[in-house]
Design a protein around this ligand. Structure first.
Ligand code: AP5
Length: 218
């Protein structure tokens, strides 16, 4: 199965991807994780990406399409879970074209719906493990030991774009540039759009998502 996971910053895309990618045998490709790894490498490309990411703006389409096309080509197996890509209509069109060359298409876009007023608390409380990437929230998904990863004991960190000001900018970027992608899929009917309520606890969101995806498998 090939799925695009969409939703505003903090909707729970990464949290749900951790839960469902194995179950449906999908390779999880997070554009944000790929760009953060590039940024951490200190490369010229990563430094350029950081300028946009730290300001809550989108990395330009031509860079994103090139980097993600390569990642998709190199992904192992048939199942694919795209998290954070595509995020603009030109990116969506580029993805359609890339897949069409191999006679492929995405099965669905799953949109996790969360109102704006819940987002700031979710994002500013997010912590993650720098070693294994596991996600936590200081209130909703705290680690067993304060600020230590449950898996490997590493000190948890906060993302540089997870400040309140930057989150508000990311939200407005989402409404202006990414919501039109959902409208694009609905209008063109190339990708089925499934909307999932992202406000319950993570396990309940995951259960509802699994049910929706199973209905696709028919
Ligand atoms: P990216 O890393 O994709 O960030 P994002 O879309 O803003 O999404 P987040 O990772 O912040 O949130 P999430 O939905 O994964 O939520 P999470 O599960 O962590 O992108 C970062 C930047 O890279 C962009 O701003 C842009 O600059 C650039 N970029 C990336 N892709 C791009 C593209 N295609 N084009 C151009 N630029 C691009 O959950 C958040 C918190 O809430 C966690 O602490 C979690 O524990 C908690 N939580 C999750 N679910 C629940 C729940 N149900 N109840 C309570 N708490 C919950």
């Amino acid at each position: 199965m090939k799925i695009i996971l969409m939703g505003p910053p903090g909707a729970g895309k990464g949290t749900q991807a951790e839960r469902i990618s194995d179950q449906f045998n999908m390779t999880h490709l997070s554009s944000g994780d790929i760009f953060r790894a590039e940024k951490a490498s200190g490369s010229e490309l990563g430094t350029k990406m950081a300028e946009y990411m730290d300001a809550g703006k989108l990395v330009p389409d031509e860079i994103v399409v090139q980097v993600m096309a390569k990642a998709i080509r190199e992904a192992e197996g048939e199942g694919l879970l795209l998290d954070g890509f595509p995020r603009t209509v030109p990116q969506a069109k580029a993805l359609d074209e890339q897949l069409a060359k191999d006679n492929l298409s995405m099965d669905a876009s799953v949109v996790i719906v969360v109102p704006d007023d819940m987002i700031v608390e979710r994002i500013t409380g997010r912590r993650s493990c720098p070693k294994c990437g596991k996600l936590y929230h200081v209130k909703y998904m705290p680690p067993q030991e304060d600020m230590k990863c449950d898996i490997d004991g590493e000190q948890l960190v906060q993302r540089s774009d997870d400040t309140e000001d930057v989150v508000r900018q990311r939200l407005s970027t989402y409404h202006a540039q990414t919501q039109p992608v959902i409208a694009y899929y609905k209008e063109n009917d190339t990708v089925k759009v499934l909307e999932i309520d992202g406000t319950p606890r993570p396990d309940e969101v995951a259960r509802n998502m699994v049910q929706a995806l199973k209905s696709l498998e028919g």
